[in-house]
Design a protein around this ligand. Structure first.
Ligand SMILES: Cc1cc2nc3c(=O)[nH]c(=O)nc-3n(C[C@H](O)[C@H](O)[C@H](O)COP(=O)(O)OP(=O)(O)OC[C@H]3O[C@@H](n4cnc5c(N)ncnc54)[C@H](O)[C@@H]3O)c2cc1C
Ligand SMILES: *[C@@H]1O[C@H](CO)[C@@H](O)[C@H](O)[C@H]1NC(C)=O
Ligand SMILES: *[C@@H]1O[C@H](CO)[C@@H](O)[C@H](O)[C@H]1NC(C)=O
Ligand SMILES: *[C@@H]1O[C@H](CO)[C@@H](O)[C@H](O)[C@H]1NC(C)=O
Length: 491
């Protein structure tokens, strides 16, 4: 009876009436459908389940859970194409992901950048003298402190946000030489995937992740993969077989959601393979990059305030290129893990990491590019990328180095289920608009790292956002408290 009322109400509210095939008629309607089984979707589902809302259905587009935390086999090694570090360790509060990593005894390695001044290469090769590099690094550090000061005082005076670059101009220090640009890249782009020109000062300096959880970073290099933190959460509420494989029928893989019809009485979710699911509510965890495309068609359209907030935010692109060599030709030992390549073209193969500690004897280097370089590189054959990286390495280490035997170039930007790697807070988005990204629209709820109150862009952000969004939904379902208060503008 109830279901019929729901369907009638939904049909009545539709402009275009569609008739799901009879054979697809669902025998049972869940209370909540969760779109996406990355960290946030799994964390939201667990929170709902813990609160007694066990009648859920998770629809995931790919053939696995974990989303942007994704290990892969690279020349016999397990490497991370997506998230690699637990960021924010050693502070006053415990990073929940660090807690999981410890419980799982994940193999992690602290990343130390304290000897960078001895590891910055010139464009034409050879290291900058330590004293020269140190001056630039100290200046960048002072700049960063200055920016944090400016940020605090702008907030205190309720001034408009400015970009990180504008703050550098205020201090009359705009990085312009190859070494200054390399250090600037390391300071900002290497963290936010976008240049200081576009990144918000107020929402990155100081950064809540490091302020609250601590300054330390731990690199995960474990054959089980960083994604085991997602499995760890998932297995607390999804049933598994004896081998520990998730067999719970509430998780459906290879289900690409293409349409969400919503009305005051319920939702209908359609997938690419023609399945139709009905539920009371839906929780969408797809990345903000995906929401900026029309992969998921909302019927009726999301309201303009919601669409604008989503379109105004940024999805960054951060590309981790792994290279394997027959033997090592770079310095190794303590204080040599990270090195910078300076180039007149800012962001040209700038940030290098030798993974001797993480993968002993494997002779693997990791070079990171972002933004425009990422998009360019995603569109060219890997052989060309390899040739470019080799040329850079020859500049740094001489002509006689061996050719890389393997290369891995993850392509997150081209992937329609991600459209980038993680969100970055751009200038022009206030806290008010940011809160609108997370705000539910009727029975459609949103989660994902881009909805995290303080930690957008991070694994812990995705995990905590899942909990927060689920709690919002629980208040609505259980206590009929369905209004989401977006904090007033300017607070
Ligand atoms: C290269 C890279 C490096 C990173 N480095 C770090 C790091 O070092 N430290 C850190 O803390 N964070 C890092 N991050 C960020 C971190 O990985 C993310 O913030 C986090 O994993 C996002 O989780 P999520 O649940 O919000 O999104 P996702 O993991 O994207 O989950 C969303 C899920 O929805 C699915 N989906 C999308 N569209 C549909 C659809 N239409 N229908 C059904 N399912 C759909 C996707 O397949 C995906 O599984 C990195 C990310 C990348 C990609
Ligand atoms: C930042 O502010 C602190 C405290 O007011 C001050 O001591 C410090 O010198 C400032 N730093 C810079 C670089 O402006
Ligand atoms: C490298 O650093 C570690 C930890 O800081 C230390 O225990 C070790 O002795 C160092 N090794 C060398 C060769 O200096
Ligand atoms: C710093 O790096 C240089 C160059 O790679 C290396 O020779 C040196 O041992 C490192 N120093 C420390 C203290 O780690």
């Amino acid at each position: 009876m109830k279901r019929i009322v729901l369907i009638v109400a939904l049909l009545a509210s539709m402009v275009v009436v569609f008739c799901p095939p009879v054979a697809m008629a669902v025998e049972h309607n869940p209370t909540v459908i969760i779109v996406g089984a990355g960290m946030s979707g799994i964390s939201a589902a667990k929170t709902l389940s813990d609160a007694g809302l066990k009648d859920i259905l998770i629809l995931e587009a790919t053939n696995r859970i974990g989303g942007r935390i994704h290990k892969t086999n690279f020349a016999g090694l397990s490497v991370e194409m997506g998230a690699n570090w637990v960021e924010g360790v050693g502070g006053d509060q415990m990073n929940p992901i660090w807690e999981m990593a410890n419980k799982l005894q994940l193999k992690t390695f602290i990343s130390l950048f304290d000897n960078l001044s001895s590891n910055i290469y010139k464009q034409v090769g050879g290291l900058y003298p330590e004293s020269v590099a140190k001056v630039s690094l100290d200046l960048a550090e002072e700049m960063s402190e200055f920016s944090a000061n400016i940020s605090t005082s702008l907030s205190a005076h309720r001034q408009e946000d400015i970009s990180l670059l504008a703050s550098q101009r205020l201090k009359n220090h705009v990085p312009s030489t190859p070494i200054e640009m390399a250090i600037d890249y390391y300071t900002y782009d290497y963290e936010f995937a976008e240049p200081p020109r576009v990144t918000s000062l107020q929402n990155t300096e100081p950064l809540p992740t490091f302020d609250n959880f601590g300054d330390d970073l731990y690199f995960v290099a474990d054959s089980r993969g960083y994604e085991s933190v997602v499995y760890y959460v998932a297995k607390q509420f999804l049933s598994t077989d004896k081998a520990g494989v998730i067999t719970d029928t509430r998780l459906k893989l290879n289900k690409v959601v293409t349409e969400i019809r919503h009305s005051p009485s319920g939702v209908i979710v359609k997938t690419e393979d023609g399945s139709v699911y009905r539920a009371g509510y839906v929780m969408v965890s797809a990345s903000v990059g995906v929401l900026q495309t029309n992969l998921i068609n909302f019927e009726p359209d999301l309201p303009p305030w919601k669409i604008l907030a989503i379109y105004q935010f940024d999805m960054g692109v951060y590309t981790k290129i792994f290279l394997k060599f027959p033997y090592k030709f770079w310095p190794s030992g303590n204080g040599t893990e990270f090195f910078l390549y300076s180039h007149e073209k800012r962001g040209y193969y700038p940030m290098w990491q030798q993974l001797e500690r993480e993968y002993p004897g494997a002779n693997v280097l990791l070079v990171t590019v972002t933004d425009d370089e990422s998009r360019r590189i995603e569109q060219q054959p890997d052989s060309e990328t390899k040739a470019e990286a080799m040329e850079v390495l020859r500049s740094m280490f001489g002509k006689n180095i061996p050719e890389a035997t393997d290369i891995l170039v993850p392509k997150w930007w081209s992937n329609r289920f991600y459209k980038g790697t993680f969100s970055n807070w751009p200038i022009g988005v206030s806290r008010y608009e940011y809160d609108q990204i997370r705000a539910p629209v009727g029975r459609v709820y949103f989660t994902g790292e881009h909805t995290s109150e303080h930690y957008n862009g991070y694994v812990h952000g995705a995990y905590l956002a899942g909990i927060d969004s689920a709690n919002m939904m629980i208040s609505c379902v259980k206590k009929k408290m369905c209004k989401f208060e977006v904090k007033a503008k300017g607070t």
